[in-house]
Design a protein around this ligand. Structure first.
Ligand SMILES: *Cc1c(COP(=O)(O)O)cnc(C)c1O
Length: 424
């Protein structure tokens, strides 16, 4: 079988960085992926929040086909016809002024960190009390490169690679007193930026509180430090607004995008205010591939399609329905301890890691793709084109699976004498 031979080859040839689920996808259409045997899967993950318009979307295919016949790459030494068109769209929907393009989420975040440090340098030269220290939030995830990793909270991701970039301090999630105390800490280096995900993704689908976000904005305003909102997962429509910060009525100084921006082609972007942007001059930052003609053409097609099909309203509608159904499930299953999220960025917290793991793998057996994050959270990041009927199918499957799994563990726990491992 093809999958088995690929698995064997990868085992020998690839770095051991991923624990892949043993499925070989070869095709896709809409919200459906197809494996080598012709079996279909309902995709509620969209490649970790990437394939927002689903698979084989005609507008994406057309943009790739058209641009592939012209130019794929020219480098940033020259102009091409799509950069400004895309930057205009992004500034219009974000409320920010300027754009830098790159190739991934972590790179967008690196650009944001560099800009914040450089901007602080400008302010210091102007006599302001701004330093080099970043505040980030516990359970945060900002990427895997050294700088982004330094602002990522999880010990398991960080520890093997230390020393990371210095000057980062973590604030307890939603703890306004901790945020104020660490921001104003007179013993420490002054702050140059506060790093926030409006809705933490890898951290377990946790929307930050209005108060915490607002206080972060005010603290930054008080010194000239920058508010950095990482929208790599939550941005570009995922939560039912173009940017999750728009639910809060807060405008950050910098935001970052990546995952869905080019519907699967690698692309990232950092957006910022004119004020922040003055810290970068030619040569201070750059990338060979970033913002090339192909990815820009596709990103334009993604945004225009979202506007033409009124997809934000659809995300709000189907996402609201999905959340309501999950909450209903929560009433029937004690093992669901929380339902969180906005739009089509949703998660349910289960009462054990084991249950979350088993539930995800049972869903996969029923050909529904979900993801487990933050140990105990089942996460749903489906394509924006998901319909209510797909939600119904997923909820029915999950209902049955949670019933079976909790029954089984209750039976097992009843049978196995205390002190022995009931999990075999
Ligand atoms: C995925 C993600 C990143 C990193 O993006 P990559 O493209 O994997 O480098 C950073 N921040 C958030 C919030 C993310 O979800």
């Amino acid at each position: 079988m093809k999958l088995a031979s690929i698995q064997a080859a990868e085992q020998k040839l690839m770095l051991n960085t991923y624990q892949r689920t043993p499925v070989l996808f070869v095709d896709g259409s809409g919200v459906t992926l197809r494996d080598e045997q012709g079996d279909d899967y309902l995709d509620l993950l969209s490649g970790i929040g990437v394939s927002a318009l689903g698979y084989a979307h005609p507008a994406v295919e057309a943009a790739i086909a058209t641009q592939s016949k012209k130019l794929l790459h020219t480098s940033n030494l020259f102009y091409h016809e799509h950069t400004a068109e895309l930057a205009l769209r992004l500034t219009e929907i974000s409320g920010l002024d300027r754009v830098f393009f790159c190739n991934s989420g972590t790179e967008a975040w690196e650009a944001a960190l560099k800009l914040a440090r450089a901007h602080a340098g400008l302010l210091r030269a102007e006599g302001k009390r701004v330093g080099t220290r970043f505040l980030a939030v516990e359970q945060s995830f900002h990427g895997r490169t050294m700088g982004a990793l330094a602002t990522t909270h999880k010990e398991k991701y960080r520890a093997p690679f230390e020393p990371l970039m210095g000057g980062v301090e973590f604030v307890r999630f939603d703890d306004v007193a901790d945020l104020r105390a660490k921001f104003h800490d007179a013993q420490a280096e002054p702050v140059c930026g506060i790093c926030i995900e409006a809705v933490q993704g890898e951290g377990g689908v946790r929307p930050v509180s209005r108060e915490f976000f607002q206080v972060a904005r005010e603290l930054c305003n008080s010194t000239g430090a920058l508010l950095l909102a990482d929208e790599i997962q939550s941005g570009l429509g995922r939560t039912g607004e173009w940017f999750a910060y728009q639910h809060y009525g807060i405008l950050p100084d910098i935001t970052t995008l990546a995952k869905p921006i080019a519907n699967g082609l690698p692309m990232g972007a950092m957006l910022c205010t004119d004020e922040a942007a003055r810290a970068f001059a030619p040569g201070m930052h750059g990338t060979t591939f970033g913002g090339g003609p192909l990815v820009c053409a596709v990103a334009i097609a993604v945004i225009d399609t979202m506007k033409q099909t009124n997809l934000l309203a659809h995300v709000r509608d189907v996402g609201g329905y999905f959340k309501q159904q999950l909450e209903g499930l929560g009433l029937r299953h004690d093992c669901i301890t929380a339902v969180r999220g906005m739009g089509l960025m949703l998660g349910i917290e289960l009462d054990s890691e084991e249950l979350a793991k088993n539930a995800a793998s049972e869903m996969m057996k029923q050909h529904i793709i979900v993801n487990r994050t933050s140990e105990t959270v089942l996460r749903f990041l489906p394509p924006y084109i998901l319909e209510r009927a797909h939600v119904d199918r997923a909820i029915a499957a999950l209902d049955g699976i949670l019933t079976t799994l909790t029954l089984n563990s209750a039976t097992l726990a009843g049978r196995v004498p205390a002190g022995e491992d009931s999990h075999g």
